[in-house]
Write a protein that binds this ligand. Structure first.
Ligand code: GLU
Length: 262
């Protein structure tokens, strides 16, 4: 288990299921609560970067799709509609607390090609210097399946590593990491802390998650590997818990904490 008390630079990954209803329409109650808590983390002096999913889900809600779009052009269209909806809500909610946000849409090359990586880092540095909260997503309108990162667990870990932040907090619809899928195995137990990359091999990650997101445990463990390469820390917590970020700020420990610092 871990808390956020001691970290100054934190990337917060918000999954689609933490933001939307099953239909894909935004869950305004959940979103308002998360924004308020993140605004409070920011007010406590932390540098915050958000990686937010939910573009395709929000687009799918607005376009009245039933279930996830199946073809690539439909996904692209849903992302184009939903990304605007998502940013509009973030702008509106954060502005109530006097906080400016910025949209940062990345593709794989922006993180893996040297020159473009440098430009990406420069953009983040300038935003953070000006106390703006970057809200990152993959550019799903142009990054199609074959050439994309594909899930925001991996994307958020890559961003955290690229900009050298100390902690990645993944908000999810699960309590933390279990040794095996707790929905299928009654004897599954939650792991409070992981300090060594080899411990990841012991975990049976099962299959991918919900109707709206793309991530499951597999992508979270991949994210952990990237954070391990960066010698950073990562937390997986349940966003459904009342004021979970606020509790973490106050030093309460919950979820699974990955600590790969030397
Ligand atoms: N980039 C996708 C979106 O915003 C989400 C990817 C994911 O669920 O991890 O809809």
């Amino acid at each position: 288990m871990g808390s956020l008390k001691d970290f100054k630079k934190v990337v917060i990954k918000i999954g689609s299921s933490s933001l939307t209803h099953q239909s894909g329409l935004l869950d305004l109650w959940k979103m308002e609560s998360l924004v308020k808590q993140i605004a409070n983390l920011y007010n406590s002096g932390k540098d915050i970067v958000i990686v937010s999913s939910g573009a395709i889900a929000a687009g799918m809600g607005k376009m009245k799709f039933v279930g996830k779009p199946k073809t690539i052009p439909e996904k692209q269209a849903a992302a184009a509609v939903g990304q605007g909806t998502l940013m509009y809500m973030y702008e509106k909610l954060f502005s109530e607390y006097g906080i400016t946000v910025a949209q940062v849409l990345l593709t794989k090359e922006d993180m893996y090609q040297d020159i473009r990586r440098e430009h990406s880092i420069n953009a983040f540095s300038a935003l953070i210097k000006h106390r703006i909260i970057p809200i990152v997503n993959e550019n799903d309108v142009v990054a199609i399946d074959e050439i994309k990162v594909g899930d925001n667990d991996t994307l958020s870990a890559e961003v955290c590593k690229m900009i050298g932040f100390e902690n990645l907090t993944i908000l999810s619809d699960i309590e933390g990491v279990y040794n095996k899928d707790p929905r299928k195995h009654k004897d599954a137990y939650m792991i409070n802390e992981i300090k060594n990359i080899s411990e990841l091999d012991e975990i049976d990650a099962g299959d991918a998650g919900s109707n709206v997101g793309t991530g499951g445990m597999q992508t979270k463990l991949k994210a952990a590997q990237i954070i391990a390469e960066a010698k950073g820390t990562m937390l997986i917590v349940n966003s459904g818990h009342h004021e979970v970020l606020n509790e973490l700020l106050n030093g309460r420990k919950c979820g699974t904490f990955f600590d790969f610092r030397d």
